[in-house]
Design a protein. Structure first.
Length: 422
């Protein structure tokens, strides 16, 4: 029998290289980089394809094997001593919102890569295989809904149901997947159906709590529930100079009435309900034509499952009631209930942060994450690091190098502790 040497928490963390992690964060931010410091690296775009290739280069340089699957999730494998054990997956996403920050998602992928590199450099061979992962289309800004790659991986969504989803330009997921999967370097594809031993995700908080509480690490208790909808309003084009307003079927006028009614109903005095209309398209969008169609999104979130159900179920009736002279169709894209991550993994992460002397606290997630879908198939946990003023989904998103390094140190220790010593 192999001799087991006792591992003391802290050794792997000493191999985390803060400069390397920070330099990679800055280098990745060049792909789709914007003037105000953020990124536009939407899912399956050319910018994201180029960023993937860079990730693969970094991973292969330290001996990891890159591969993918039919949804273009990207895996970077560090083989463990016992290939018969299911792997640990660690990562997040590298796609962004159109005016996103450089850390949302990227921090989680690069902290995972840094954690694996720290383990390799330490010379301590893990027993389980570790796979760094960048899930396809977490953000859902170009192709909705988001978390596509992780949802299909976890069996929460079928591959055939995402293939014909289109972006605003009419390009289908199917076509972009073909492009990404045939891009260089061409990677081997793995079948779906694998059940990981554990999934870990590091992320920026995207809210102000850690900063206010002066804590460096958030141990995430769970994720609030979310429902998303598309509302389509159909009226009729007519001439702005000749058609009397009393007979128009103006889709924009109906939309304004609906938005007003929804805003009033979804307002709560405690300000817990999250209700957002982030996408709003008017057509034909010409100054002298009465608008014939409006299509808008609804993003509704709440930590309580029953409240989320009740509020979400009110959306279609409110839209119909406030529709004036237009036709309405409301389509629900997603209904994800609130979830709680397992206590055992949360305790493990807390004890690692304590052992490293890093101030930490439990915190719930208002944002959605790929960890949601992994949670349904394997023990899953998340850590947060602070982001300045809680600003995210904004080019101004900002973190400190010290916090990023603290997150990577906790993550590296967690990975090694779950992978076990060879
Ligand atoms: C993820 O980006 C979310 O919108 O929660
Ligand atoms: Mn994210
Ligand atoms: Mn995001």
């Amino acid at each position: 029998m192999a001799k087991q040497t006792k591992y003391c928490v802290g050794k792997v963390a000493t191999y985390v290289n803060g400069d390397r992690l920070w330099n990679r964060l800055m280098a990745l931010a060049k792909f789709g980089g914007l003037a105000k410091g953020g990124v536009n690296r939407q899912a399956l775009s050319d910018e994201e394809v180029a960023a993937r290739a860079e990730l693969v280069r970094w991973a292969e340089a330290i001996g990891l094997e890159a591969f993918t699957d039919a949804t273009a999730n990207l895996f970077l494998r560090c083989r463990g001593a016992d290939q018969n054990l299911p792997p640990i997956l660690v990562g997040s996403h590298i796609d962004s919102q159109p005016t996103g920050g450089k850390f949302d998602g990227a921090l989680g992928v690069l902290a995972a890569l840094e954690g694996v590199e720290a383990i390799i450099t330490s010379g301590m061979r893990p027993r389980r295989t570790i796979e760094v992962v960048a899930w396809m289309n977490e953000e859902g800004s170009r192709f909705a809904p988001g978390m596509m790659g992780s949802a299909v991986f976890a069996g929460a969504r079928r591959l055939e149901d995402i293939l014909n989803i289109h972006d605003k330009a009419g390009i289908a997921v199917k076509a972009e997947l073909r492009k990404v999967l045939s891009a260089k370097p061409r990677l081997p594809q793995r079948e779906f159906g694998q059940k990981p031993a554990t999934f870990l995700e590091a992320h920026i908080e995207q809210g102000p709590i850690l900063e206010i509480e002066k804590k460096t690490i958030g141990i995430v208790t769970g994720i609030q529930g979310k429902r998303t909808f598309r509302v389509q309003i159909d009226g009729e084009e007519s001439h702005a100079g000749t058609s009397p307003r009393s007979v128009r079927r103006d889709a924009l006028v109906s939309a304004v009435s609906i938005v007003q009614a929804l805003q009033e109903t979804m307002w709560d005095r405690k300000d817990i309900v999250r209700f957002t209309i982030g996408m709003f398209n008017v057509s034909p969008n010409a100054p002298s034509v009465v608008p014939a169609q409006v299509l808008f999104s609804v993003d509704l979130r709440h930590p309580d499952a029953e409240t989320l159900r009740k509020l979400g179920d009110m959306i279609a009736p409110i839209c119909r009631k406030a529709a004036l002279r237009c036709d309405i169709s409301v389509t629900e894209l997603l209904h994800d209930p609130p979830l709680e991550f397992p206590q055992a993994l949360r305790r493990k992460l807390t004890s690692i942060a304590d052992a490293l002397g890093i101030p930490n606290m439990e915190i719930s997630s208002g944002a959605g994450h790929d960890a949601r879908y992994l949670h349904y198939i394997c023990p899953t946990a998340m850590i947060f690091i602070p982001c300045k003023n809680g600003i995210s989904h904004n080019e101004a998103e900002s973190i400190t190098k010290e916090d990023a390094v603290a997150g990577a140190r906790v993550l590296a220790e967690a990975i090694y502790s779950i992978a076990g010593a060879a």
